[in-house]
Every structure is written in structure tokens, then in C-alpha cells.
Design a protein around this ligand. Structure first.
Ligand SMILES: [Zn+2]
Length: 221
């Protein structure tokens, strides 16, 4: 009987400390059955503080939604060559580079991403081809290439070049992001490093810089 009394007192102490526990207590449960009572009060409020914290801090399911980034460059120069380059990238996938340039001589023109977005001295101050991996100049299909080597665009008889380039080396995020660098369209054909000229392995011997534009972030629509 003493044990029952002690248990009853313990229950009273518990209930006094947690008065809210009185309410759901069914009438059939007497204070002489504290263990059953306890088992019925598996209420989250009774979890220890550390356990509650663990429940709250449980990791959320990983989000797998793709993040799309978009950027744009408006190309201008000292001639009537001009154009727009739009870039899209989903998550860490390849970047789609949509190009439209007008005012060109018909034929092939080297098209590259240059290191800097600095146009204080026109397209010259955009520096060399973007080359974070210290490679020599090449074709976009080559293993050995500058990241900025996007080959040639082809102008039609009206001087308009349109291209849809998909490339893995011109990302819009990460350490080699191209945001803040510049596209340049060149006077001549890029020999893709195979021309045997002095400049083939640095510029593709693509001649002067007709127009350029700095890559900036654009709203994703
Ligand atoms: Zn190059």
C-alpha cells in the first residue's frame, strides 16, 4: 500500500508540474495506475528539450528543383556590326548560347568569350580569350581549347549570323562563371588552332574585333 501511495504521490507531483496533463485524463484512470497513465501521455510536450530540438532540426528532404540562370550581352563596336547574345543554364548543365549578329561580311567569323568585361578601350580591353585552364586555342569540340573558344558564327548573304551553341565551358555560376566577361565577334574566320599561323594557338588568327558586349545577369522568364 505504501508503494501505491508513493506512486500516487509521484503522479500528483508530475501532474502538478504539468497541469495541462489533467485534461485528457480519462475518468477510468486512477492515480493508482501511474504507469498506464504515463504511457498514455506520449504527448510531444513531454519530450525532453534535446529530443524536441532534434525533431525540429531534422533535415528537410533535398530539393531537386532545377535552378535556371539567364544572362545577356549586347554587342556593339566601331562599325555597324551589332548583336545580342543570350545565355541560359539549368543547374550545372551546359549553357545554351543564342547568338544573333548583323552587319557582318558574309562568311565565317570567330566568336569568343574574352577574359574581361572591360570595354574602356573598346573591344581591345576585353583581353585574351577566357582561359581559366591555361590551354592553347582550339575548337569548341577539342579537349585542348580555351574555355572561351566558341568557334565561328556564319553570316549569310545579308550579313546576319545566327547560332545556337551548347557548351559546357561557359557556365553562369561557379568559379569559371562568365558573368562580367565579354563576347567578341571577329573580322575573320577562326582557324580553330589549326592554321599554322603564329596566332593560331592564341587567337585562331581571327583578326580584328568588330563588336563586343559584356555578359550581365538577366531575369529568368
Ligand atoms: Zn581561344
Amino acid at each position: 500500500m505504501q508503494a501505491v501511495l508513493a506512486a500516487a504521490m509521484a503522479t500528483h507531483a508530475l501532474l502538478a508540474a504539468h497541469p495541462h496533463l489533467y485534461e485528457p485524463l480519462p475518468p477510468s484512470l486512477s492515480s493508482a495506475r501511474p504507469f498506464q497513465y504515463s504511457s498514455l501521455t506520449a504527448d510531444p510536450l513531454r519530450l525532453s528539450p534535446s529530443l524536441k530540438l532534434a525533431t525540429v532540426a531534422a533535415p528537410k528532404p533535398l530539393a531537386v528543383a532545377a535552378e535556371t540562370k539567364k544572362a545577356v550581352a549586347v554587342l556593339k563596336g566601331n562599325s555597324n556590326v551589332e548583336g545580342v547574345v543570350t545565355l541560359f543554364q539549368d543547374s550545372d548543365g551546359p549553357t545554351t548560347v543564342k547568338v544573333r549578329v548583323s552587319g557582318l561580311a558574309p562568311g565565317l567569323h570567330g566568336f569568343h568569350l574574352h577574359e574581361y568585361g572591360d570595354t574602356t578601350n573598346g573591344c581591345i580591353s576585353t583581353g585574351p580569350h577566357f582561359n581559366p585552364n591555361k590551354m592553347t586555342h582550339g575548337s569548341p569540340k577539342d579537349e585542348v581549347r580555351h574555355a572561351g573558344d566558341l568557334g565561328n558564327i556564319v553570316a549569310n548573304s545579308e550579313g546576319v549570323a545566327e547560332a545556337n551553341i551548347v557548351d559546357g565551358q561557359v557556365p553562369l555560376g561557379g568559379p569559371n562563371a562568365v558573368i562580367g566577361r565579354a563576347f567578341v565577334v571577329h573580322e575573320l574566320e577562326d582557324d580553330l588552332g589549326k592554321g599554322g599561323q603564329e596566332l593560331s594557338l592564341t587567337t585562331g588568327n581571327a583578326g580584328g574585333r568588330l563588336a563586343c558586349g559584356v555578359v550581365g545577369l538577366a531575369p529568368v522568364k
